[in-house]
Design a protein around this ligand. Structure first.
Ligand SMILES: Nc1ncnc2c1ncn2[C@@H]1O[C@H](COP(=O)(O)OP(=O)(O)OP(=O)(O)O)[C@@H](O)[C@H]1O
Length: 366
């Protein structure tokens, strides 16, 4: 749908208060019509603050928000407010972890609320709501109240309610985080289908790599209020430049400086990758936990490998494998089988050697 572009350039300053440090959010984003942008980043990065500004719930210290060619927010550098469209008039739908349905209304009445608020006649609003409940796969539960629905069903009703208001843009804040493993994939899939079908411009805040992979065209990584990485989802996850995205993507990331063709890490470790790194250039080495072998004695190999001694810090379940987290700056995770954990006697505190083939280490200049 042309014209539903969302552009924002916002700054939010929060002064230090007792117990909290000062915080500045300074970020630009441009989401094309029908595009989905995932905003990821560590706790306190400013993701919720950004969404609140886009939704009109928080007035920025300065900046603009434009949606479909309309200025929704405009605060000039002197703090003068030129536009401050209230949340319900912005053409923006908000869906968070908590579905926030009206408890005394049925599923159908909840969904009909949007069309009614837009001035639709009751019969028309109800027919519209029934079609949306159909679209999210809940045609039989129209007469149920929220308390009679599962968490996943409530979230699907909330999605139908958000879309029934025909927003120009949808803001999703961890939309499946509160759902259990049985419901999250279904709701994620529904979100994908409905966002694509309606061509709704979407900004998604998430901690979950699957949300970003399944839903987002592009990813913006926020850290301490600033964008540290931005690009197509596949490219950002394949070549993470910051530890948060690397952890999100489930890979090891060692940042450092080029030395003798390798990457010299903060803890002195040298990591050689597929391509030589020019001396003195900032670079990142990226490798999968499955590419890391764990040994109890120093291994001797013919092919060029990176080998270093370290200590097991923790063992973590990672699907069918066990993630062996080892000390260092940064920590490196190796995926091994449960049988190997037993055979090698791995547990926190045990000294080990790690090895990873140079051909398994991707090198990215930063
Ligand atoms: N209402 C508020 N009043 C004062 N400070 C706040 C408020 N909300 C958030 N902050 C602070 O602003 C900063 C950014 O917080 P924000 O909630 O936007 O981060 P986030 O990336 O959404 O984090 P999380 O992933 O933990 O939800 C933090 O330092 C936080 O402590």
């Amino acid at each position: 749908m042309p014209g539903r572009r969302l552009q924002a350039d916002v700054r939010v300053h929060r002064a230090a208060r007792q117990g909290t440090a000062a915080f500045t959010l300074d970020v630009q984003l441009d989401v094309g019509a029908g595009e989905v942008l995932a905003v990821v980043g560590p706790n306190g990065a400013g993701k919720s603050t950004l969404l609140a500004v886009l939704a009109g719930l928080l007035r920025p210290s300065g900046g603009t928000v434009h949606l479909a060619g309309r200025a929704l927010t405009h605060v000039d550098p002197a703090g003068r407010v030129h536009a401050a469209v209230p949340p319900e008039q912005r053409g923006v739908g908000l869906l968070g972890q908590d579905p926030r349905l009206f408890p005394h209304l049925t599923a159908l009445e909840n969904v009909a609320f949007g069309p009614r608020a837009r001035g639709a006649r009751p019969a028309h609003a109800r027919a519209d709501a029934a079609a949306w409940l159909d679209a999210v796969g809940l045609p039989d539960l129209a007469a149920h109240r929220p308390a009679e629905l599962s968490g996943g069903q409530r979230q699907r009703v909330a999605l139908a309610r958000a879309l029934a208001a025909r927003p120009h843009a949808l803001l999703l804040d961890e939309p499946v985080a509160a759902l259990d493993a049985a419901h999250a994939p279904l709701v994620r899939q529904l979100l994908r289908e409905q966002v694509a079908r309606t061509g709704t411009t979407t900004v998604l805040v998430t901690h979950d790599v699957l949300d970003a992979v399944v839903l987002a065209d592009r990813v913006l990584v926020l850290d301490a209020g600033r964008a540290v990485h931005h690009g197509p989802t596949g490219a950002v996850l394949a070549a993470p430049r910051d530890p948060f995205t690397a952890a999100l993507a489930g890979v090891n990331l060692v940042v450092g400086t080029g030395e003798r063709g390798a990457v010299r890490a903060a803890d002195g470790r040298l990591l050689r990758g597929t391509d030589p790194v020019p001396d003195g250039v900032a670079a990142a080495a990226v490798f999968a936990p499955a590419a890391v072998s764990v040994h109890t004695e120093e291994p001797v190999h013919a092919s060029p490998r990176n080998v270093w001694p370290t200590t097991v810090v923790a063992l973590e379940p990672r699907g069918a494998a066990v993630g062996v987290r080892t000390s260092g700056r940064p920590e490196v995770v190796a995926d091994v089988t449960p049988a190997s954990v037993a055979e090698l006697g791995l547990r926190p505190g045990v000294p080990v050697w790690l090895s990873v083939k140079a051909t398994e280490v991707g090198v990215h200049l930063r």
